[in-house]
Write a protein that binds this ligand. Sequence first.
Ligand SMILES: [Zn+2]
Length: 254
Amino acid sequence: MRKLAILLTAALLLFPALPANAEVVRLDSGVTVYTEQDALRLAREMSPGCPATEGETSPEATPEAVAAWVYDLTRVGVPEDFFAGLEVGLAPLESLGKDGDGAVTGRAEAGGKRFVVAACPVRRIETPVGTLILHAPGLWENTFLHELGHLVADVFLGARGYDWTGASEKGREYLKLRGYPGDKPLDARGQAALPWEERASEWFAEDFRVWAWEKVKGALTESRCAGPLMPVVREFFDRLFGVDRASEPGIQGD
Ligand SMILES: [Zn+2]
């Protein structure tokens, strides 16, 4: 017993500065990043019964990398206020459960300001002929931007989750510019019943991801559901974030 007490004391002396919430990092931008067990807790809160396989976290998926993205996104026009109070989970998960036939690598909360991404460098995909293990170290970044795109639709266009019936004029403008088929139902239930690649929210989240990737990285990437980003949609995002007015302080997209 005595020996154990000494060992415990030694451990405390070795790690005197380690706070109880070491896996939660608060960034200057007002973003809270959850990692490891805290990210798993958040993932399971948002996706109950989440059957994902735990794994190692990609060495690239760190609070510092999130901070760098937040900095870069504000630099290209996304208002700083948008990030205040945002909660991001970088979960050491291969996926966040099943959605139809595909593995879900992220999940955003409708009407909220939080999302989780599976930050494991490995993605396991069940196919009719067996399990495919995909090594995708950069996957978390694309998922990060995609999930952020869902929150952008929520905050800037009034499209809550899959429900586009209450979308603002700008939201309707986006659908029109993008050529979203007018015969699709826009309510949450109707949208959720559509295949993933036909849902308006997925079109938008992917377009935001592509726009942000191009703006920040200066490299091209493709939407996984809506085809190439047309210049008119690129301009839509620039206008949404008031990029042409970014030098004027206090002006933000509404
Ligand atoms: Zn999505």
